[in-house]
Design a protein around this ligand. Structure first.
Ligand code: ADP
Length: 571
C-alpha cells in the first residue's frame, strides 16, 4: 500500500477539504437566512452536527494531517478519508433519518476503501453485500414506495454502488501502476526462460529486486557469493541479505548505500564494497542497474550484479606491499650514493677536475630524482590502500603558509620569479591595526606542508617568468588555499587526468623538467583524507591556479578539540 502515489492521496485530500467547505458554505447560507445556527435542512442533510463534522474534517486535513504524515503517510491519509466518510454519513443520516443508517454508511465507506485497494473482486463483493443489506431493508416495516421498495434503501444502494465504481476507477491511478510494475518484473525477468538460462550460466552473481526492494530472483553464482541457500533469500527485502559495508569495514550510511541510491536517483551505480560472509568480510564489486519504463519515470526494480574480488584485492595488496617494501629498501642505498656524491662535490672535502665535476653533478641530480621517485612511490602506494601516516591535530594553516612563502621566496628568486603571499585580513574596529584571522583545520601539519610544497614547487617549476601567488582565504566553514602562477598553463583535455597516478602532461616543458607524475595524486589523496577538495583552473599559456578547500574549525571548536586531544594523550 505504501506504493500508492502520494500525489493522488494529496488530490483526494484537497477534494475532502473542498467538499467540507461546500457543505459549510451551504450551511452558513441557510443559518444566515433563518437567523439561527440550529437549522435542519433535510434535503441537503444539513444540521449543526453536519457543520461540526465539516469543520473537523477541514481542521484534520489542513492542520493535523501534516503532523501525522511525519509518522505514517498512510495512516494520515486514511484518517482523512475516514473524516470525509463520516461527513458523508452524517449528511446522509440527516437527509434520510434513521440512527442505524450512520453505522451502516460508515461500514460501507470503510469496505469501499478496501474494495478499491484490493481489486475488482472485492469491489463486486461489496456491491453483493450491499445488495444483501438492501434485501434485508426491503423487509423493513416502514412504508415502501409505489414499486414496493424503500426510498432510503434505493438511495443507499445507488450511492454506495456509485462510490465503489468511482473508487475502482480511481484505483487505476492508485494501484494499477503498482501491479504493472510487478507484472513487468515477473513476466520479463523472473519467469522468462531465456533470462533464467542466461543468468544461470553467468559467473557473476545476479539478483533481481522489484520496486518494493524484495528479492525476486537470484542466480547460482549469487547464491555462492552470499553463502546462503536460494530459498532463504528469495522474497526477502534485499537489506536483510546484502548487509554491505564500506571498504574500510565501517557501516555504510543509508544515503551512500548503492542499491537505495540507485533506486532513489534512478541511475546505475558501481562500487567496491565489503560483504559479510560466514563471519568474514569479502570484497565485492557491486553494480546496480535500475529497470524503468522508457521515459525513466516509473521504476520497476533493479538488477544487482555481484563479483567476488577478494582474490584480486589480495593480489593488489601483495603487489603494493612489494612496491612499498622495495621502494623503502632502495631509498637507503640511494641516500648513501647521494650523500657520497655531495661529499665528492664539496670543494672542502675533495678536489676534482672540472670535467669530472660536471659528470658528478649530473649523477647527483639523477640520484636526487631517483630518491624522490622512491619516496613518491612509497607514499602513493600507502595512499592507495589508505595507509598514509597521519597524526591529525588542530592546525593553523596561516602559520604553515607563512613559512612556506618565506622558504619558497628564495627558491623562486633564484629562478627570477616573484613570489607573493596574500592572506585576507580583518580591520579591528577600535584599533586601526589589521589582524589576520586564524584558519584552523583538523589535519596533520606535516601532510599539509607536503601538499603545499608540491603545489608551490610545481608552480615555480612550470613557470618560466612572472609571478607565483600563494593565497589563503575562507569563510565560516572552509579554509581555502590557492597557488596561482603565470606559467605555461594546462590544456583543457589534461585537466581531468592531472590528479591521477603517474599522469604527466606530455609537452616539451615537462620533457625537460624532472618529475614523477605522482605529486598531484599524492596531494589529492592527502586532501581527501581530511575531507577536503583539490582542483585546478587553468588555460594553456595563461597560467594555473590550484585550489584546496579544507573544513574550517572556528576558534571555539579548535579550542575544544585541542583540549579533547590533550585529555586523550594524558590518559
Ligand atoms: P610531476 O612530478 O610531473 O610534477 P605532478 O603530479 O606534480 O607530477 O604533476 C602532474 C603534471 O601536471 C605535471 O607533469 C605537469 O604537466 C602538470 N602540472 C602540475 N602543476 C602545474 C602547473 N603549475 N602549471 C602547469 N602544469 C602543471
Amino acid at each position: 500500500m505504501q506504493n500508492v502515489k502520494e500525489k493522488w492521496l494529496k488530490i483526494a485530500n484537497v477534494y475532502y477539504v473542498l467538499f467540507a467547505l461546500g457543505v459549510l458554505g451551504v450551511y452558513a447560507y441557510f443559518a444566515y437566512k433563518q437567523q439561527t445556527p440550529d437549522i435542519k435542512i433535510e434535503e441537503y442533510g444539513l444540521s449543526s452536527l453536519t457543520a461540526i463534522v465539516a469543520i473537523a474534517t477541514i481542521a484534520y486535513c489542513l492542520i493535523i494531517l501534516p503532523f501525522i504524515k511525519r509518522y505514517s503517510i498512510w495512516i494520515g491519509y486514511v484518517t482523512g478519508f475516514a473524516f470525509y466518510g463520516m461527513l458523508c454519513s452524517v449528511a446522509t443520516e440527516q437527509a434520510i433519518g434513521g440512527p442505524y443508517e450512520l453505522y451502516f454508511l460508515v461500514l460501507i465507506l470503510t469496505i469501499n476503501i478496501f474494495a478499491a485497494l484490493y481489486g475488482l473482486a472485492a469491489g463486486m463483493s461489496v456491491i453483493g453485500l450491499i445488495a444483501i443489506i438492501f434485501a434485508m431493508e426491503i423487509s423493513n416495516t416502514t412504508e415502501p414506495t409505489s414499486f414496493g421498495l424503500h426510498f432510503d434503501a434505493i438511495y443507499s444502494l445507488l450511492r454506495s454502488s456509485l462510490t465503489v465504481v468511482l473508487i475502482i476507477l480511481l484505483r487505476k491511478y492508485y494501484v494499477t501502476q503498482l501491479s504493472d510494475k510487478n507484472n513487468y518484473i515477473e513476466k520479463y525477468l523472473v519467469k522468462n526462460e531465456v533470462v533464467k538460462l542466461l543468468t544461470n550460466s553467468l559467473s557473476d552473481g545476479v539478483i533481481i529486486i522489484d520496486q518494493n526492494e524484495v528479492i525476486r530472483s537470484i542466480n547460482p553464482a549469487a547464491v555462492n557469493i552470499l553463502g546462503q541457500e536460494a530459498k532463504d533469500i528469495l522474497d526477502l527485502n534485499y537489506r536483510s541479505v546484502l548487509k554491505l559495508k564500506n571498504s574500510d569495514g565501517s557501516n555504510i550510511s543509508q544515503d551512500k548505500e548503492p542499491i537505495s541510491k540507485a533506486i532513489a536517483e534512478k541511475q546505475s551505480i558501481q562500487q567496491e564494497l565489503l560483504l559479510p560472509k560466514n563471519g568474514n568480510d569479502i570484497f565485492i564489486d557491486i553494480a546496480v542497474s535500475v529497470i524503468t519504463n522508457e521515459d525513466n519515470q516509473n521504476l520497476y526494480g533493479a538488477v544487482i550484479t555481484l563479483r567476488d574480488i577478494s582474490t584480486k584485492k589480495k593480489e593488489e595488496a601483495a603487489k603494493s606491499e612489494f612496491i612499498s617494501t622495495a621502494s623503502h629498501e632502495m631509498r637507503t642505498p640511494v641516500a648513501a650514493i647521494e650523500g657520497y656524491l655531495a661529499l665528492a662535490l664539496n670543494p672542502n672535502v675533495s678536489k676534482i677536475d672540472p670535467k669530472t665535476k660536471t659528470f658528478l653533478q649530473k649523477a647527483y641530480a639523477s640520484t636526487q630524482h631517483l630518491g624522490q621517485l622512491f619516496q613518491d612511490l612509497l607514499i602513493s602506494t600507502r595512499a592507495e590502500d589508505g595507509r598514509i601516516v597521519s597524526h591529525p591535530e588542530v592546525t593553523e594553516i596561516g602559520e604553515i603558509m607563512q613559512k612556506q612563502a618565506e622558504y619558497f621566496a628564495v627558491v623562486a628568486q633564484k629562478k627570477g620569479i616573484q613570489l607573493e603571499f596574500i592572506i585576507s585580513t580583518v580591520n579591528m574596529q577600535n584599533n586601526s591595526k589589521a589582524i589576520r584571522p586564524l584558519y584552523y583545520t583538523y589535519a596533520d601539519p606535516a601532510r599539509i606542508q607536503e601538499v603545499t610544497n608540491n603545489l608551490i614547487d610545481n608552480a615555480i617549476k612550470y613557470t618560466e617568468a612572472g609571478k607565483v601567488t600563494i593565497g589563503l582565504t575562507g569563510d565560516r566553514n572552509v579554509v581555502q588555499i590557492f597557488i596561482k602562477d603565470t606559467g605555461m598553463g594546462i590544456e583543457a583535455e589534461d585537466i581531468p587526468h592531472l590528479f591521477q597516478k603517474f599522469y604527466r602532461v606530455d609537452n616539451s616543458a615537462t620533457r625537460t623538467t624532472s618529475g614523477t607524475g605522482l605529486g598531484l595524486f599524492i596531494c589529492r589523496k592527502i586532501v581527501e583524507l581530511y575531507k577536503g577538495q583539490i582542483w585546478v583552473q587553468s588555460k594553456k599559456g595563461q597560467g594555473s591556479t590550484f585550489y584546496i578547500n579544507l573544513p574550517r574549525l572556528d576558534s571555539s571548536q579548535a579550542k575544544a578539540k585541542m583540549m579533547h586531544d590533550t585529555a586523550r594523550t594524558d590518559k
